[in-house]
Write a protein that binds this ligand. Structure first.
Ligand code: PMP
Length: 393
């Protein structure tokens, strides 16, 4: 039967690593692998209260319905914190950022077209592209400074015009950098100059740990940037709620693609989220979330310094949920991972999982998640990791 499936499915396969991470979810393992938020901080009680309120008020929210205006108004307020002034008619509700990038890809891509991305990027975006059999144009990127904007310009000057470029400007997944203001501005200019839309994927934009917040790329260029937001990291991923900011003509097309996909985003979760977002408790919740994740980030950084010292290098991420750790080039982190499964029982993602075009780059780096575990588990996990690494140095 699988022979009869669409051609692109012949080339796609479930990652063996993903299977392995699922098999290693038992209590003897410490997982720094998956990018999970901490369930302790899901605002379950607030959401339960909101669910009760909205359900008792209006039974019609269990009906098919157009997007909730109240939620769009709350998103409009959130976006102004990111430097983006938009009207509610430019906000399109989605079932999470993953659906946001998927709908945009379907809108922007013809089969076989080229897409511009960093040479190390979010695997969920690569999965979105599979049915289109897109050709990837890649540019170098750096765990500290991020995407090489000069190379972006060079590619735009010399190659076939890409259908879009994909950027994760805050708490990059997996590299953990936060792009500086100048690079954001320059990317926005290049998008307009070469008429190549940017997909600005920003699920971590509200999870910042430093005082200075940098405006979204969208704030520098309104026409050529599609902003993709998410409530997964600031409320809960189980809500499956996110948004896209685009101009009105694009919104109209998006609504056609969305209708064909899942008709509309759950009216119930839209109303529950909108009800909670308009309360004062939401601001407190976000503040607490940032404090707690900052403290977990600091805990992981401390133990990395104490246990690994000069054996690896990393930078404190200004936002997001990950720390990218580089080891000497002769260390193969895929081997490290395999060994860890049976010995130290600490899991992480080897770097080259995120390499585009199956390049063997980032193969001596790993991505560590710091949001999921408590301080004791972080300490124990980093102790195990450093024992593992020391056996290879
Ligand atoms: N983009 C990036 C960069 C992510 O890290 C994630 C979550 N891992 C997503 C998109 C998907 O998020 P959501 O739950 O909002 O679909």
């Amino acid at each position: 039967m699988t022979q009869q499936l669409a051609t692109w499915t012949q080339f796609t396969k479930r990652s063996a690593l993903q299977d392995m991470l699922e098999l290693t979810s038992g209590p003897e393992y410490i997982s720094f692998g998956l990018g999970l938020p901490n369930a302790e901080y899901f605002p379950a009680e607030h959401l339960a209260r909101s669910a009760n309120e909205v359900l008792l008020q209006q039974s019609k929210l269990l009906q098919y319905a157009p997007p909730t205006e109240l939620l769009k108004q709350q998103i409009q307020l959130l976006m102004s914190q990111r430097g983006v002034q938009c009207s509610t008619s430019q906000i399109f509700l989605t079932a999470g950022a993953q659906q946001g990038i998927n709908l945009l890809a379907r809108l922007l891509l013809d089969p076989g077209k080229t897409v511009l991305s960093e040479e190390v990027t979010y695997t969920g975006f690569l999965q979105v592209l599979e049915p289109f059999q897109s050709r990837m144009l890649t540019v170098p990127t750096d765990p500290v400074k991020g995407i090489d904007v000069e190379q972006v310009e060079k590619v735009l000057q010399t190659e076939e015009r890409p259908a879009c470029m994909y950027v994760v400007p805050n708490g990059h997944n997996p590299l953990s950098y936060t792009l500086n203001r100048e690079k954001r501005q320059r990317l926005a200019q290049l998008a307009a100059e070469y008429e190549v839309p940017i997909i600005e994927d920003d699920p971590y934009g509200f999870l910042t740990y430093e005082d200075t917040e940098i405006p979204a790329i969208k704030s520098f260029q309104s026409d050529w940037v599609f902003y993709v937001g998410s409530f997964s990291k600031i409320l809960a991923p189980g809500l499956r709620l996110g948004w896209i900011i685009a101009n009105e003509e694009v919104i109209e097309k998006l609504s056609i693609v969305k209708e064909a996909t899942d008709i509309n985003t759950s009216t119930l979760t839209q109303q529950i989220a909108a009800n909670f977002l308009q309360k004062d408790e939401f601001a407190n919740h976000l503040l607490r979330l940032r404090q707690e994740y900052r403290s977990r980030r600091n805990c992981m950084l401390e133990h990395l310094s104490a246990q690994l010292g000069e054996l690896g290098s990393w930078t404190a991420p200004a936002s997001g949920m990950f720390i990218w750790v580089r080891f000497p080039e002769y260390i193969n982190t895929m081997e490290l991972f395999r060994e860890s499964i049976s010995t130290e029982k600490v899991t992480f993602f080897p770097g080259n999982v995120f390499a585009v075009n199956q390049k063997q780059i980032a193969s001596s780096s790993i991505r560590l998640n710091f949001s999921f575990n408590n301080h004791d588990k972080i300490e124990e996990g980093i102790t195990r990791l450093s024992r593992l690494v020391k056996r290879h140095i």
